[in-house]
Design a binder for this molecule. Structure first.
Ligand code: ATR
Length: 272
């Protein structure tokens, strides 16, 4: 049976094995998908050991997404743009590094939430790895504007410079939270603030009735960002749909079949 896994540290909480098992059942693919705790200083060795055991591919989660860029022998364009790898494919031509996070986010917004990105005003909160990974896929949908807000504005400005050269000129801009004036059609929280039950210092004026407010994080309860957005008229969404969609993109890359994500997302939401 073809073997896949997710590398992380910690990794015990990962929902990826359940998601990929559901995809495999649904598509009739025979595969085995595990979680693997890689030592903090032993990610590359863990990948090579898995390949030696016959591994065909792997997902990569915190904190190894940057190191996975170096482990890969070739990168897809979207992995190059993201500067991070969440999917490895072990092929006869070597280790290919891809990044399916942005495509997963966009698929969740457009297909699952039913909100088109084209011609919309989009606000991206945060300028770290999570934000960088989704800029190119967002730009590919041609929003009217893509504003990146970050506490450290210089980091957001550096992202703007990077993506202006990749088709974002005239669309993408950087702002301080204090200078944000809304409203926006789509607001995406790509900061790690929710991990600390914290709220990015975003003014309520970025939301209007019907704004889609999406937090890349997910948990048992809505995040503080989702609560704040809902209090100001937004429709809210957590990161579970993005998680399932990025997994589906990886599954399609490995197996050549794109699973039906709606059924699996519904199962996860129901706690199955
Ligand atoms: P990740 O890989 O999850 O993106 P990261 O690269 O460390 O992690 O980036 C974290 C992002 O969350 C940064 O944009 C950070 O803002 P700064 O660059 O100004 O530090 C942002 N962030 C973290 N905690 C935050 C908070 N409480 N409020 C607002 N932004 C926060």
């Amino acid at each position: 049976m073809d073997r896949y896994c997710v590398f992380g540290n910690p990794v015990a909480h990962s929902k990826s094995p359940a998601i990929h098992a559901a995809f495999a059942r649904q598509t009739g693919q025979r595969l085995d998908y595990d979680k693997r705790l890689a030592p903090l200083d032993g990610f590359a060795a863990a990948v090579h050991a898995f390949i030696a055991e016959g591994g065909k591919g792997a997902n990569v989660t915190v904190p190894f997404k940057l190191e996975a860029v170096r482990v890969a022998q070739a990168l897809t364009i979207r992995a190059q743009a993201a500067g991070a790898v969440n999917t490895l494919h072990f092929t006869d031509d070597g280790i290919i590094g891809d990044n399916t996070d942005g495509a997963g986010l966009v698929a969740d917004i457009v297909n699952n939430a039913g909100v088109p990105i084209t011609a919309k005003r989009v606000l991206l909160l945060g300028a770290g790895g999570a934000a960088r990974g989704v800029v190119l896929p967002l730009l590919e949908h041609r929003p009217r504007q893509l504003v990146i807000a970050n506490r450290t504005v210089a980091t957001a400005a550096a992202l703007v410079e990077r993506f202006a050269a990749l088709g974002g000129a005239g669309v993408v801009s950087a702002l301080d939270y204090a200078d944000l004036a809304g409203p926006f059609d789509i607001v995406i929280n790509a900061t790690s603030a929710s991990l600390d039950a914290d709220l990015p210092p975003v003014p309520a004026s970025v939301f209007e009735c019907g704004t889609l407010a999406l937090d890349m994080m997910y948990g048992e309860q809505p995040t503080v960002f989702m609560q704040f957005a809902a209090d100001h008229g937004a429709l809210t969404r957590d990161g579970l749909g993005m998680l399932v969609e990025q997994a589906a993109e990886a599954f399609a890359l490995w197996r050549g079949v794109h699973p039906d994500t709606a059924a699996v997302l519904a199962q996860l939401r129901a706690g199955a």
